[in-house]
Design a protein around this ligand. Structure first.
Ligand code: PEP
Ligand code: CO
Length: 450
């Protein structure tokens, strides 16, 4: 081992000296040690060079030359790792991306909340039902949702399943995005099952016909670039379980730098972004592009401190701020943050998560979000950036390709009374395919008008 690698190894574990919020309490620490030792020997899920490429792409977003579309489940689940679910999610993201690219005429950087999004922070450590108190469900990587002591006990073997589920998902994603399925000439095929049943599907079909005509025109002119035949698609998740992320952190032989090879991009959530905590420390040590979720309590001073810790070299694309204020707060609170960050000379990517500040409980007990609130927060985000002359860099959304009834509203309207029909999320309510496409059309309009 070289001196460089040794110092990298201690750098990689510096987070262990700091408090780490939201970590599971495993009853058997020896079992955890065995699993993480095995994980440390498993092959990387992504390559360092791919992470660098995404950082470059996000650099273009930071400079105002591209737009980030980041989306997927709130929580992936082990029993949803199937070709059908993964294809539907990918299809939805590809359709949204086609709408944004064509209607807003902007390159779209596509990043899934996929192939690793198995861990959830919880506001309450325990859940009480009928007087019985058990640990909260923290995602399939930690425990199971059933309300029994056995299901809710954190099991480190689940980290191994997280790795294998991520690998299987990523393998299929890579197959779909490079093996012809994501070829732009398939714009109609992605919509086939959808066009007959949905207004947004029909609207999309009209746009797909225009794309087709443009492609035929270009082909007739002799242009058929490789970019039309496959897409660059990246994987991201919240870096929550530091034992897992650290076991998948490796020294890149080309550069000697550390990369978290569990995903191309990782982000730190609203509940674990303590400046003196383990998560920020961990993120500061890896070269992946990193995101930080910023809720309405974030002060401009905190934002500047994140920049110093995570992006000391002010490298465009390294740091993404994902704001999640809520529709009622974004117009009041975001301007000061953006203003002070911009005045400092930093150029983070600004992304709007219009989901997590707009959650409420319906009378039926379902956790839900109104499509109109989601839209209004994105509108507020665009307004603020337009007023300040900064770039509205992207959206971060929870969605699924399945026809679920989890968020209310949208063109094919879901009513509060419909929520029970197909409420399948393992955690937060997701936009269904029709709502996702509606959102893409509306965001494309906002982007064009900014
Ligand atoms: C999430 O992205 O699912 C999440 C928990 O978000 P936040 O950290 O912003 O609350
Ligand atoms: Co969520």
């Amino acid at each position: 081992m070289t001196v460089n690698a040794e110092s990298s190894t201690s750098t990689a574990s510096s987070w262990r000296d700091l408090p780490a919020a939201q970590q599971p309490e495993y009853p058997d620490s020896e079992a955890l040690r065995e699993v993480t030792a095995d994980l440390a020997g498993y092959p990387p899920l992504v390559f360092a060079g791919e992470c660098d490429q995404l950082r470059d792409r996000l650099g273009a977003v930071a400079r105002g030359e591209a737009f980030l579309l980041q989306g997927g489940d709130c929580a992936e689940a082990f029993d949803q790792v199937s070709a059908e679910h993964i294809r539907a999610k990918l299809k939805t993201l590809l359709q949204m991306s086609a709408v944004l690219t064509y209607a807003a005429a902007v390159p779209v950087v596509k990043v899934g909340r996929i192939a690793g999004q198995y861990s959830k922070p919880r506001s309450k450590a325990t859940e009480v039902r009928d007087g019985v108190e058990l640990p909260s469900y923290r995602g399939d990587s930690v425990n199971a949702p059933a309300f029994t002591a056995e299901a809710r006990t954190p099991d480190p073997e689940r980290l191994r399943r997280m790795y294998h589920s991520s690998a299987a998902t990523l393998n299929l994603v890579r197959g779909f995005t490079t093996g012809g399925y994501a070829d732009l000439r398939q714009v109609h095929a992605w919509n086939q099952d959808f066009v007959r049943t949905s207004a947004s599907g029909q609207r999309y079909e009209a746009l797909a016909r225009e794309i087709d005509r443009a492609l035929s025109f270009m082909k007739a002119c002799g242009a058929d670039p490789a970019e039309f035949h496959s897409v660059e698609f990246y994987a991201s998740h919240e870096a929550l379980l530091l034992d897992y992320e650290a076991a998948l952190t490796r020294v890149d032989s080309r550069t000697g730098s550390l990369y978290d090879v569990s995903a191309h991009m990782i982000w730190i959530g609203e509940r674990t972004r303590q400046l003196d905590g383990a998560h920020i420390e961990f993120a500061s040590r890896v070269r992946n592009p990193v995101g930080v979720k910023l809720g309405p309590t974030t002060t401009p001073e905190e934002a500047l401190a994140y920049i110093d810790r995570l992006d000391p070299d002010r490298e465009p694309g390294r740091l993404t701020f994902i704001t999640r204020y809520g529709a009622g707060k974004i117009r009041d609170l975001l301007p000061e943050l953006v203003e002070k960050v911009t005045a400092s000379g930093a150029r983070p990517v600004w992304v709007c998560d219009p989901m997590h500040g707009n959650t409420f409980e319906a009378a039926s007990g379902h956790k839900t979000r109104r499509f109109d609130d989601v839209l209004d927060e994105v509108k507020g985000f665009f307004e603020v950036h337009k007023a300040l002359g900064t770039h509205p860099g992207g959206i971060h959304v929870e969605l699924t390709g399945d026809d679920v009834t989890e968020c209310v509203g949208g063109g094919d309207e879901i009513f509060v009374d419909d929520l029970h029909q197909r409420y399948e999320t393992a955690c937060d309510p997701r936009l269904n395919r029709s709502q996702s496409l509606d959102l893409a059309f509306l965001v494309a309009e906002m982007y064009r008008d900014q």
